[in-house]
Design a protein around this ligand. Structure first.
Ligand code: NDP
Length: 283
C-alpha cells in the first residue's frame, strides 16, 4: 500500500505555523497585508480568491480586496498595481489570473514590485530562483517541495521527472528540485518515448492538465508520484493527471486529487506574504 500524502493536513500544519509567526510579528508592531486584485467575474477565479482571503483570515494576514469590472483596461490595472507598490502598508500584491483576454498578463506581472510579488511570477523572481538568490518562489512548486520534505521523502540525488514545462508549475518545479540536489528531467508534449522517460523517475511530478493520463505504464515500481493536475473527469468530478486507482498499487507514495497539492498552493502564498517582510526591510 502506498503512503497517501495528505496535503490538507500538511497545509493545515503550515498555516498553524504561519499563524504563530504573524502573531509574533504583530507583537513587534508589524502587520502583514496582502492586496488581492480580481478582474471580471470568472467563477473559478472567484472561488480561488475567496479561499485565499479565508487563508489570510485564518493566519492573521490582513487582506485588501479589489474587484474590478471585466472592461478594466491594462492601464487602469497597472495604475492600481503601481499605487499598491508605493503603499508601505501593503506587503504582497496578487493579481488573480487569468485576466480578461484584452489585458496583457505579462505586462501586469512586470508592473508588480519584485519585493511584493508573492505569486513569484515576476521575471526577477524567476531569475533569482534560477541563479539561487533569495526571492519569491511560485507557490505550487514550493508547495510540492514542502509536501515531499514533510512526508520524509529525500530529494537529494534522486532521479526526478517533471511532466509539463509551464512557467508557473513545470519550470520552477524543475529549478526547485535542482536546488534540492535532484537529477532533473523535464518532459513535455514533444518528448519522445514519454513512458520510458517517466519510468526512470524515483519522484514523478505531473503538471499536464490531462485527466487520468498517467497510468501505471508511466510509473516505476516504488516511485513517489506527485499529481499537480486539477481536472474534471468524464463525470465532471475533480481528478488529477494521474489515474490514482491504477497507479497507487505500484508506487511508494502518492498525492490524491483533491486533497494533495491543491491545498499547499494557498499555504505557500500565505508563507510568501510573511516572507515579504524580510524582502521589504531596508538592508
Ligand atoms: P499548461 O497547460 O500551461 O502546461 C501543460 C504542460 O503539459 C505543457 O508543458 C505541455 O507541453 C504538457 N503536456 C500537455 N499534454 C501533454 C502530453 N500529452 N504529454 C506530455 N506533456 C504534455 O498547464 P499548467 O502548468 O498551468 O497546469 C497543469 C495542471 O496543473 C493543470 O491541470 C492545472 O489545473 C494544474 N494546476 C494546479 C495547481 C494547484 O494548485 N494544484 C496550480 C496550477 C496548475 P508543451 O509545453 O509541449 O505544450
Amino acid at each position: 500500500m502506498a503512503q497517501i500524502i495528505d496535503g490538507k493536513a500538511i497545509s493545515m500544519q503550515i498555516k498553524d505555523e504561519l499563524k504563530e509567526k504573524t502573531a509574533a510579528l504583530r507583537e513587534q508592531g508589524t502587520e502583514i497585508t496582502l492586496a488581492v486584485i480580481q478582474v471580471g467575474d470568472d467563477p473559478a477565479s472567484g472561488v480561488y480568491v475567496r479561499n485565499k482571503k479565508r487563508g489570510c483570515e485564518y493566519t492573521g494576514i490582513r487582506s485588501l480586496s479589489f474587484e474590478l469590472p471585466e472592461q478594466t483596461t491594462r492601464q487602469e490595472l497597472t495604475d492600481l498595481v503601481e499605487r499598491l507598490n508605493r503603499q508601505a502598508d501593503v506587503n504582497g500584491i496578487l493579481v488573480q489570473l487569468p485576466l480578461p483576454s484584452h489585458i496583457d498578463e505579462d505586462a501586469v506581472i512586470r508592473a508588480i514590485s519584485p519585493q511584493k510579488d508573492v505569486d513569484g511570477f515576476h521575471p526577477w523572481s524567476v531569475g533569482a530562483l534560477s541563479i539561487g538568490q533569495p526571492g519569491f518562489v511560485s507557490c505550487t512548486p514550493a508547495g510540492v517541495i514542502q509536501l515531499l520534505k514533510r512526508s520524509g521523502i529525500d530529494i537529494a540525488g534522486k532521479e526526478c521527472v517533471v511532466l509539463g514545462r509551464s512557467n508557473i508549475v513545470g519550470k520552477p518545479m524543475a529549478m526547485l528540485l535542482l536546488r534540492e540536489n535532484a537529477t532533473v528531467t523535464i518532459a513535455h508534449s514533444k518528448t519522445r518515448n514519454l513512458k520510458e522517460v517517466t519510468s526512470r523517475a524515483d519522484i514523478l511530478i505531473t503538471a499536464v492538465g490531462k485527466p487520468k493520463m498517467i497510468t501505471r505504464e508511466y510509473v516505476k515500481q516504488g516511485a513517489v508520484v506527485i499529481d499537480v493536475g486539477i481536472n474534471r473527469d468524464e463525470n465532471g468530478r475533480l481528478c488529477g493527471d494521474v489515474d490514482f486507482q491504477d497507479v497507487e498499487p505500484v508506487c511508494s507514495a502518492i498525492t490524491p486529487v483533491p486533497g494533495g497539492v491543491g491545498p499547499m498552493t494557498i499555504a505557500m502564498l500565505l508563507s510568501n506574504c510573511i516572507e515579504s517582510v524580510r524582502f521589504q526591510q531596508p538592508l
